[in-house]
Design a protein around this ligand. Sequence first.
Ligand code: ZN
Length: 241
Amino acid sequence: MRTLIVSDIHANLTAFEAVLSDAGSYDQVWCLGDVVGYGPDPNECIALLRQQPGLRCIMGNHDAALMGYIDLQAFNDQAARAVTIQSELLSQESRYFLELLDIVIEEGEITFAHGSPREPIWEYVVSGRIANENFSAFLTQICLVGHSHIPSIFVQNPHGRPTILTPQNADRWRSDKRFILNPGSVGQPRDRNPKAAYVIWDDQDDTWLFKRVAYDVESVQKRILELGIPSRHATRLSQGI
Ligand code: ZN
């Protein structure tokens, strides 16, 4: 079975479509949160995501903000502005979808949490120290996270800090150890590579394949500006920051 793993689509339909067509055949889709926020197409991204086979999806901080579950004060001004504009665009159907998302899911030997397993909405797993502290917050072998928008793997090391890997396009990972894996972001990569990021897990040979795909960034930037979403969310897309 091939599982397509996406995270942080951030209302970027063009990037999401590029990922779906680049991924080849897949049997199910897991989404690690933040379907909305920042980009121009929240309803379209939700609609396309809902059509995916075997969909499992959790809630991210932007999804929660759009539902009014968390205070906009927790965001910087520009992110809050994008959330406010999207909230006006959001259809009732999209609301129902976001409203019912789980915060954490366990699926076999895999846990999903948007930020981190101990603080699923807000914590960023970006250092060995934070990863290390989070290994006791989940029971499965593997935890999948999003939120930092940086493709990465934190491998547990019983005798010290975790090993940190930052996989590039076409890198494959396989391990019997415990690890926390971030597929990177579809709609707003932040590792200085503007290409959309995703992962394919093949459970036959138990490999995690990291992939990057180019998309038409300019057309997304144009739609962001037309909607009055702060220009930083447009310019950063071409730099991958
Ligand atoms: Zn995000």
